[in-house]
Design a protein around this ligand. Structure first.
Ligand SMILES: [Zn+2]
Length: 207
């Protein structure tokens, strides 16, 4: 199978083809049949100009290595990771660069189950104790999703994780430089959720 040569891998490919390639990589990973080893041979093969086909924003969680769970080789995807995939100016600027300058048609925001950043936010809101230092910034950014999910709901954490993904997706769709290409259908911003136990990625906001 031409697992790495889908249409989405070409410059100027469609968002749909890029998403299909990305999800095909996750299926290879889940089935225990990845085709990409991360060795120096692959690094050398990708050492020319880069032509990534997707940019992924995920959490820093050590259990969610994005290149691995989508079975992607060097040069295929741009990856940004912050606690709870929280946005800031550097993150948005980086995504604008990848979409605007490298012509990437797909942005995926990937949340995951049992996210520590969301858990910290739930605890902060329940106890009324805002964390010290810049961790407070993460909590402030995630708090609206937790409030929407309902702080007293026993299932607040999984609900808030999903809402936070959708909120992040919505914010990116409304980004000054992304809104035009998104409205024209040249770029898609989608949301996904990673299952720590099975390795599967489910789309929860396919755009
Ligand atoms: Zn997390």
């Amino acid at each position: 199978m031409g697992a790495t040569s889908g249409q989405g891998r070409q410059a100027g490919g469609t968002p749909r083809a890029a998403l299909a390639d990305l999800l095909a990589g996750n299926r290879r990973f889940v089935s225990g049949q990845p085709v990409h080893g991360h060795d120096v041979t692959a690094a050398a093969a990708a050492s020319g100009d880069q032509q990534p086909y997707a940019v992924l924003l995920g959490c820093i969680d050590s259990r969610v290595p994005l290149e691995a769970i989508f079975d992607q080789t060097f040069g295929a995807i741009c990856v940004i990771r912050t606690g709870g995939h929280v946005l800031d100016r550097a993150v948005c600027g980086s995504i604008e660069y990848v979409v605007g300058q490298l012509g990437v048609p797909l942005v995926m925001v990937l949340g995951h189950e049992r996210c520590g950043a969301v858990e910290a936010t739930v605890q902060a809101l329940r106890t009324g104790q805002r964390p010290s230092g810049l961790l407070a910034h993460l909590v402030d950014e995630i708090a609206p999703a937790v409030t929407e999910a309902g702080i007293d709901d026993p299932a607040v954490q999984p609900l808030a994780i999903r809402r936070h993904v959708r909120r992040t997706v919505r914010t990116l769709r409304e980004d000054d430089l992304l809104a035009g290409p998104v409205a024209a259908g040249r770029v898609a911003v989608v949301g996904g959720l990673y299952d720590l136990a099975t390795g599967e990625v489910a789309l929860i906001d396919p755009g």
